[in-house]
Design a protein around this ligand. Structure first.
Ligand SMILES: Cc1ncc(COP(=O)(O)O)c(C=O)c1O
Length: 445
């Protein structure tokens, strides 16, 4: 199969849907390329005008087993005929999903609460950490993204910028420390990590908390901040500090889990074990399912009725997630993610050699961050990043809108089933796109 874009973008039918969107929906969603999805299968997306795109988004890192996997579709059809929602009544799949999650995670994580969204999982993590410890402070990191509901947003580490302002005051008791962003490190200036930011983390604890800390929460790589991957030593220091200070370590793997990074779970890259683990996105490859895993000593501090949700763990979602996880485990999709990720990174580094405005290429399995800068400097080039996304769509390659602390990072994250031939197709198109946007681009394109 080949990408094929036969209309201008948006095409005529897409234009009509975009008009409806602008008329009847708030502009609160991220602005993506003007592609109105009609069908999606495997790594391919077809829009309402019949254009076909090679998908580098997985629908924001969700469709890990590919879009509309036939086994998943079959099970959804069957379950839709049986039962869809039953609230907190027990059903025949929710406990099985909880059991499966407990079985595939480290032995200390022996209880799983099934919810619907990633934000709900991080909110639940704050609640249970406070309830169990009897302490209120939470430490999060600059650049962090843990969701858009108020508690999750309060954990987030990027509040400036027009889009983020105006929602405060945030939840009290949350402090932020720097995350190791090696490409732009204040201390190491792109050189080898000296862990100075970890010393600063300890200073934040000393100066900004009352040492009434319930938990530290971090992603295993920062997604929204631009696919920023911390050094192993930093993550291990953090785990050690939490253990030494009797503070819970919450790992938010809503984005990094289920094979995305070349391992089943992102924390495996660092040899660490969380006390609480937030999962989402790839857990179901498409339905709203998330989970909070934790140690029973912690999770059992939640009393009846204190944490669940209307749709959380309903039989339709729970069964689909269960089958999705079985497919990931059976097909060992993290192995393909690692192999294809290596090819993609190598390809993007090759492009970097030809285009001085590609400042950094980083990645872990099938999540890449390609950071664009003004040539010869590290000044962020958000305009060119936006132009790349638009130009790629015109050539049949679907990318998520730029991310990052400065909006200048391309995120490349195809379904984990992508083949070598499809990676090569993607790299060929990216090379064409890079040539097409070679001239300097004004911000706001
Ligand atoms: C690390 C992380 N945590 C939490 C969330 C929030 O998930 P949701 O959008 O499902 O609420 C996201 C979403 O991108 C995420 O990447």
């Amino acid at each position: 199969m080949q990408p094929s874009v036969r209309t201008e973008l948006p095409g005529p039918k897409a234009r009509a849907y975009l008009d409806l969107e602008h008329r009847f929906e708030p502009r609160s969603m991220s602005e993506q390329a003007p592609v109105v999805w009609q069908r999606a299968e495997g790594v391919w997306v077809e829009d309402v005008d019949g254009n076909t795109f090679l998908d580098m988004t997985s629908g924001v890192l969700v469709a890990n087993i590919g879009h509309s996997h036939p086994e998943l579709v079959a099970v959804m059809r069957e379950q839709a005929d049986q039962a869809v929602n039953c609230y907190d009544f027990p059903n025949t799949y929710r406990p099985l999903l909880a059991q499966k999650l407990v079985e595939i995670t480290p032995p200390n994580l022996d209880k799983a609460l099934i919810l619907t969204t990633g934000s709900e999982a991080t909110e639940a993590a704050i609640k249970v950490a406070r309830k169990y410890t009897g302490r209120s402070e939470i430490v999060a990191f600059h650049g962090a993204f843990h969701g858009r509901t108020m508690g999750a947003l309060s954990l987030g580490g990027k509040r400036s910028g027009a889009g983020n302002k105006g929602f405060g005051p945030y939840l009290p008791g949350i402090v932020h420390a720097p995350f190791p962003y090696e490409y732009r490190c204040t201390w190491c200036h792109g050189g080898p990590c000296s862990l100075s930011c970890f010393d600063y983390f300890k200073e934040v604890i000393e100066c900004e908390t009352e040492t009434n800390i319930a938990a530290v929460i971090t992603e295993t790589y920062q997604g929204g901040a631009g696919s920023i991957i911390p050094p192993v030593s930093w993550m291990q220091s953090l785990e050690r500090w939490c253990r030494d200070n009797d503070v819970l370590l919450i790992i938010d793997e809503v984005q990094a889990s289920f094979g995305r990074t070349g391992k089943l779970f992102g924390f495996e890259h660092y040899g660490i074990t969380p006390n609480l683990l937030c999962l989402g996105k790839g857990i179901s490859s498409g339905l709203p399912v998330s989970a909070l895993l934790g140690e029973s000593r912690i999770m059992d501090s939640l009393g009846p009725g204190t944490m669940s949700s209307t749709h959380g763990g309903n039989p339709f979602c729970a069964r689909t997630a269960l089958v999705n996880i079985e497919i990931i485990m059976r097909d060992r999709l993290w192995e393909n993610a690692e192999r294809m990720g290596d090819l993609l990174i190598a390809g993007c580094r090759d492009l970097q050699r030809h285009h001085p405005w590609i400042g950094d290429v980083r990645g872990q399995g099938l999540v890449l961050g390609v950071e664009l800068v003004e040539p010869g400097t590290k000044a962020p080039d958000a305009g060119r990043a936006a132009a790349v996304v638009q130009e790629a769509a015109r050539r049949g390659l679907l990318l998520i809108a730029p991310i990052g602390m400065h909006g200048n990072v391309l995120r490349i994250a195809p379904p984990l089933i992508i083949t070598k031939g499809q990676v090569e197709q993607a790299l060929t198109i990216l090379a064409e796109v890079c040539r097409a946007v070679e001239a300097p681009v004004a911000v706001g394109v």
